[in-house]
Write a protein that binds this ligand. Structure first.
Ligand SMILES: [Zn+2]
Ligand SMILES: [Zn+2]
Length: 430
């Protein structure tokens, strides 16, 4: 495929995924299409539960929602041949290509999920002008994972077509549920990167300017997403208040105390109670309360410290009001420690690319979180190298905003830089 044709194909893929967005663990249409393309290119596929540890999937939707979504996927162009592999919401894919020459194992991670946001209906929003706006209410690719999936397929195409020139084994990982940091752990725990020498994850945008590249994005915070439910006893607020066990007060007390956790001297941390739902009526002692919260830390240890403090506070609040509670971990990610030796090679690939104005080795700017860190940590623990790179682009609005949009000219250079890295890394001794 000529590069101009590939560029058009990338745009087509990206717009198709954009029009049919699917949130975490429901990427059934998306994954089935990805699997179809990869199999045609000659990759060996491992799908669904083969590449995901069921016990380590966090924040997975209810069975009923998944079932309904399978129907939607089939009605909206899913590739029927593969839907059965993903039908229970285990939507991960690992595509492997062994070149004829011995060499290292190189892995790339691409995430596929969308967000629960209603895409802008305003006329100046480019996806409206060009008619590829999300066709699903309250669901939108507002983080660029549609373009990541397209870049992954473009890279797969370029690798397959040039495999005679390449060495080693290439693994392309298509991950579900990055949003809320829910999907990567289950794939890492299933061992999909255990033989990997070089691991590269990437993201588009994140504030990096168009035609700029960052080879090692180091600022990600470790995080835990916590769903806390207090279960009390309802009673008449006038006649028998003493018979009630007040879940609302326990939740309110926990929320205030969580925001008063002492800082850690080793680095920055965060805690946020984002939602509190409690009670059913003015004259009823509230028997139910739900807190949706998250913690973050500059290192995994600092995040663990904050998380343990939260656990003690929740436990204490429940005791204070004589309630039961449940604490569910609905997502988790580690901090990120990019291997600069690997990043240096990526930086060289970007520097030599004619459409790149600037390639930076390292940035520590990010204050978000990313669960690709599970893959990175595992690869590094086994003696491999891992990095997280950023392809700068022009954004119409920030990530997770209803007017988010990327510059599609970023897609082809991203594929070409990642492909260059396959050539360069294959030639290296491990
Ligand atoms: Zn995001
Ligand atoms: Zn993202």
């Amino acid at each position: 495929m000529k590069q101009e044709v590939l560029a058009e194909q990338l745009v087509d893929w990206r717009r198709d995924f954009h029009q049919y967005p699917e949130t975490g663990f429901l990427e059934i249409r998306t994954a089935s299409k990805v699997a179809g393309v990869l199999e045609k290119l000659g990759y060996e596929l491992s799908l669904g539960k083969e590449v995901m540890s069921e016990a380590d999937c966090m924040g997975k939707p209810e069975e009923q929602e998944t079932k309904q979504h399978v129907k939607w996927a089939l009605e909206n162009g899913a590739d029927k041949k593969y839907v059965e592999y993903f039908a229970e919401g285990y939507t991960g894919i690992v595509a492997t290509l062994e070149t004829a020459q011995p060499g290292p194992t190189i892995a790339y991670r691409f995430d596929m999920d969308a967000l629960p946001i209603h895409e802008s209906e305003e006329a100046d929003h480019v996806p409206n002008q060009l008619e590829f706006r999300s066709g699903v209410a309250n669901t939108m690719h507002a983080c660029g994972h549609d373009s990541h999936t397209a870049i992954g397929l473009g890279l797969a195409t370029q690798i397959a077509e040039n495999q005679d020139k390449l060495r080693g084994t290439i693994k392309l990982i298509f991950q579900p549920a990055e949003e809320g940091t829910r999907g990567a752990k289950s794939m890492a725990e299933a061992g999909v990167v255990d033989q990997v020498d070089y691991f590269i994850a990437s993201h588009i945008g994140t504030g990096v300017p168009h035609r700029h590249f960052v080879a090692a994005n180091n600022g990600f915070l470790a995080t835990s997403k916590l769903n806390i439910t207090f279960q009390g006893v309802a009673s008449h607020a006038g006649a028998e208040p003493q018979e009630g066990k007040n879940a609302l007060l326990a939740a309110a007390s926990a929320a205030l105390n969580m925001h008063a956790i002492a800082r850690h001297s080793n680095g920055s941390s965060r805690v946020n109670v984002g939602e509190l739902h409690a009670g059913t009526g003015r004259n009823i002692i509230p028997d139910q309360a739900v807190l949706i919260a998250e913690t973050r830390g500059e290192t995994s240890e600092i995040n663990q410290y904050v998380k343990e403090q939260v656990q003690s506070i929740v436990d204490g609040a429940a005791k204070m009001y004589q309630l039961d509670y449940q604490l569910e971990v609905a997502g988790e990610a580690l901090n990120c420690d990019c291997s600069l030796d690997l990043a240096e090679i990526l930086k060289q690939c970007a520097t030599s690319h004619p459409e790149m104005d600037q390639a930076l080795l390292e940035s520590n700017d990010s204050a978000g979180s990313e669960d690709a860190t599970y893959f990175m940590e595992r690869v590094q623990r086994n003696g491999g190298l891992a990095t997280y790179c950023i392809f700068g682009t022009e954004l119409a609005a920030g990530h997770h905003n209803e007017k988010f949009d990327i510059h599609e000219d970023t897609l082809l250079p991203a594929v070409e830089i990642l492909y260059q890295a396959v050539e360069k890394l294959g030639a290296k001794e491990r």
